[in-house]
Ligand binder design. Structure first.
Ligand code: FES
Length: 110
């Protein structure tokens, strides 16, 4: 596991998200109203909607396309067929956000 510094916590507004593109995936990094940081795959389990553009409420996000609600901590979506998105470990050190990525795929490209 490689931890990648993706920027300052202040770079993400409350209830907002920032996208991090790596060699292998696009990760949506969210900041909740209470200051928690979560990182999940930016791909809704329904029809791949951009979760980074959804509405953050508590520790969940509502997909902007068809309103599926995804738990930012577990990646689980509401409903019996809700599916699940990949989550990534997050650490905050000295105001910097670090996300854990599979070794060799942690290079930020955008
Ligand atoms: S693509 Fe997210 S709810 Fe349909």
């Amino acid at each position: 596991m490689t931890y990648l510094d993706i920027g300052s916590i202040d770079d993400i507004p409350e209830r907002g998200a920032r996208l991090v593109k790596t060699k292998s995936e696009t990760v949506a990094v969210f900041r909740t109203a209470s200051g928690q940081i979560f990182a999940i795959e930016d791909k809704c389990p329904h029809l791949s909607g951009p979760l980074s553009q959804g509405i953050v409420h508590g520790s969940r996000v509502t997909c902007p396309l068809h309103n599926l609600v995804v738990d930012l901590a577990t990646g689980g979506a509401d409903g019996p067929d809700g599916g699940c998105v990949r989550t990534f470990p997050v650490e905050v050190r000295d105001g910097r956000i670090l996300i854990g990525l599979t070794a060799g795929l942690g290079e930020k490209v955008a």
